[in-house]
Write a protein that binds this ligand. Structure first.
Ligand SMILES: *Cc1c(COP(=O)(O)O)cnc(C)c1O
Length: 471
């Protein structure tokens, strides 16, 4: 039985860039395998896509790029150039944004742990801080007093109600805590903190939950307004879907094939018949694969529009309520979905061998942390770049394996169909890796170097490639 395909969506720049095989091989030689190549054009397109939805509904807005999804400095530079903000989650992320000259108001700090050094840097540079708990309020206030400054702060909210239940989160203040804190705390206890707005970031991909959370935050805004306390912004975080795949049928076929394989009704399509997070108990399959919805019909603009047009119990759409609060700036912090089509990872084939089951193993000069996410597998077909064109086809099936000395060191858990067995020196390109895949889990075990980050930009019809640090 043939293996299911998962054809990725490929931006024009990627197809063009991959055409020059010689140059690509030179880049891999020069910077060592693998390399991560970025292009800022789609970053701009994605930003504009979000922006247009806000404009359509006449909503004051600001878009922040959630830096944690990709560590390249070039994207910070691009964000600055295009006039959007950056959400930072660590001292060095913040330091770089300040160094690049971003307007302090265009930087958000939502770090999960904020130490004195980070808060000090923020206050010195008057970058607003989103506070998560009372200890952070104490620390920020004490630091501000010591520096003889005041600082604008946002309050992170958690504990939203959705369909009669409270959504659990480890982050933020509950509504009653936040209300009390803002009403009393900033007058009495935390005099150097200046409340300016709210922030939340929800897990999962439910537009309804986000809309409900925003409705509830607006209620709080109204309660505070009665006490003459003004809210300037509400930041609704990131988590906007993006779509990686071309074909719904392929996506459904993949799921069906995986289930059949795990149940023994067809040959395996994953390494050691890995169920990708489903459980097989007494011959019955439970759950769904624990993978990102790589194929979906509600990416980015559609997702944002679903949030804004969501209606409350009285049948009033969220954007209508927002239009009544025209002075409030709505902020979003997409990471992954702003990076859609921005990056690729390219690695060199080092060896081929057949394992004991007769499956081909294609060894790459990379390790699996260099393309790794919390999804059970990255479900996109890689692009095989053969250095020499073959006249005949001799299809083989097998797996891509990496450099860490572990039995489970597979670059992809999926079994792949190759038109021909890749040759040593051929290149494998993994498209659309800029969001989380290339950086979030990368490690330097065995003292392997981290992958080099490059930026490719079109210049007079040719690609100019620079190291990220030099871009
Ligand atoms: C992770 C995170 C984001 C970005 O999430 P995406 O899913 O990449 O859009 C934004 N804001 C906060 C606070 C986050 O933790």
């Amino acid at each position: 039985m043939s293996l299911p395909k998962l054809t990725p969506i490929i931006h024009e720049w990627i197809s063009e860039f991959l055409k020059n095989k010689k140059k690509l091989a030179e880049l891999v030689d020069k910077h060592h395998s693998p390399i991560n190549v970025h292009n800022p054009q789609p970053f701009k397109e994605n930003f504009e896509e979000f922006s247009q939805v806000f404009k359509k509904y006449n909503i004051k807005h600001k878009i922040y790029f959630a830096r944690k999804a990709n560590k390249s400095r070039s994207m910070v530079k691009e964000a600055k150039k295009l006039g959007f903000g950056v959400d930072t989650a660590s001292y060095r992320e913040l330091e770089q944004c300040i160094h690049e000259g971003l307007d302090p108001e265009n930087i958000a700090i939502t770090a999960a742990v904020k130490n004195r050094r980070l808060i000090d840097l923020a206050i010195q540079n008057q970058v607003p801080i989103v506070l998560d708990n009372l200890d952070e309020c104490e620390l920020a206030n004490a630091t501000a007093i010591q520096l003889g400054k005041k600082i604008n702060i946002g309050i992170r909210l958690g504990g939203f109600e959705h369909e009669g239940e409270i959504l659990y989160t480890r982050f933020g203040f509950t509504f009653s805590q936040a209300f009390h804190l803002i009403k009393e705390g900033f007058k009495d206890q935390f005099q150097n903190l200046n409340f300016t707005g709210f922030h939340f970031h929800l897990n999962g991909y439910s537009p309804e939950q986000r809309a409900n959370a925003l409705f509830q935050t607006l209620n709080m805004v109204d309660l505070l307004a009665e006490k003459e306390i003004k809210t300037q912004f509400i930041d609704i975080g990131g988590g906007f879907l993006m779509n990686y795949l071309h074909d719904k049928n392929e996506w459904e076929d993949f799921h069906q094939s995986l289930k059949n394989a795990v149940l023994g009704k067809r040959s395996p399509i994953t390494f050691a018949n890995d169920p990708l997070g489903m459980a097989l108990v007494d011959g019955k399959l439970h759950g769904e694969p624990k993978v990102y919805p790589y194929y979906n019909t509600t990416p980015r603009a559609v997702f944002l529009e679903q949030i804004l047009t969501f209606e409350n119990a009285e049948g009033i759409a969220l954007y209508e309520v927002l239009n009544k609060h025209a002075e409030i700036e709505i902020r979003i912090e997409p990471g992954r979905s702003l990076l859609d089509q921005v990056g690729i990872t390219v690695a060199r084939v080092a060896f081929r061998k057949q394992d004991m089951n007769g499956d081909w193993l294609v060894g790459l000069e990379m390790n699996r942390t260099q393309m790794f996410s919390s999804s059970a597998d990255f479900l996109l077909d890689p692009i095989i770049i053969s250095m020499e064109t073959k006249q005949t086809q001799q299809p083989v099936e097998g797996f891509l394996v990496g450099a860490y000395c572990l039995e489970q060191e597979l670059i992809l858990k999926r079994k792949l169909a190759f038109e021909n067995l890749p040759e040593i020196g051929d290149l494998i390109c993994f498209p659309n890796t800029a969001g989380y895949m290339m950086h979030f889990y990368e490690s330097e075990a065995h003292l392997f170097e981290l992958a080099t980050n490059l930026v490719a930009t079109k210049d007079n019809g040719e690609f100019k490639v620079a190291r990220d640090e030099e871009y």
